[in-house]
Design a protein around this ligand. Structure first.
Ligand code: FEO
Length: 170
């Protein structure tokens, strides 16, 4: 039987995983409408995974004699400035989820609930992966930015060179 405090904090996590799913779905839809089908596809899959995380918590709470609750989700943002902003928000959100999972781990240790502690290990590992993928995509985006700047810089340089020598034969 789950300790009431563990049940409550796991239900808080049901809501947070559900919100993650809605947030990534909203980001996916924005990306799809803004000419970024690859980003959209990554986020749609991520949204599905978050729903599975939510289901894992729901089933665990119910299996252990608790009562899983489906709470109202807050509305996720619908507009983003860029793909970089999207992935910065993904990383920030995943760091928040990691901290949230760690709080549950901490509580299970305090209450000596080793069964829930064991259940949480999958999420501890998953969070390492999720933060790492968000960081990897952000690193890629930074490279894309630099390459664009490089091309832009070269373009301006050749423009300047042409201005400096207007009378040279072509
Ligand atoms: Fe379920 Fe991305 O945390």
């Amino acid at each position: 039987m789950l300790h009431k405090k563990v049940e409550e904090i796991c239900n808080r996590q049901v809501e947070r995983e559900g919100y993650s799913s809605a947030l990534y779905l909203s980001m996916a839809s924005w990306a799809e409408n803004n000419g970024l089908p690859g980003v959209a596809s990554w986020l749609y899959v991520q949204s599905d995974e978050e729903r599975l995380h939510m289901l894992k918590f729901i089933k665990y709470i119910n299996e252990r004699g608790g009562k899983a609750l489906i709470l109202a989700l807050k509305k996720p943002p619908a507009e983003f400035k860029s793909a970089e902003e999207v992935f910065l928000q993904v990383l920030k959100h995943e760091e928040f989820v990691t901290a949230s999972i760690n709080e549950i781990v901490q509580l299970t240790l305090e209450l000596k609930d080793f069964t829930t502690h064991n259940f949480l290990q999958w999420f501890v590992n998953e969070q390492i992966q999720e933060e790492a993928s968000a960081r990897m995509i952000l690193d890629k985006l930074k490279l894309v930015g630099k390459n664009n700047m490089y091309i832009f810089d070269r373009d301006i340089l050749s423009l300047r060179a042409a201005e400096a020598a207007p009378n040279q034969p072509a």
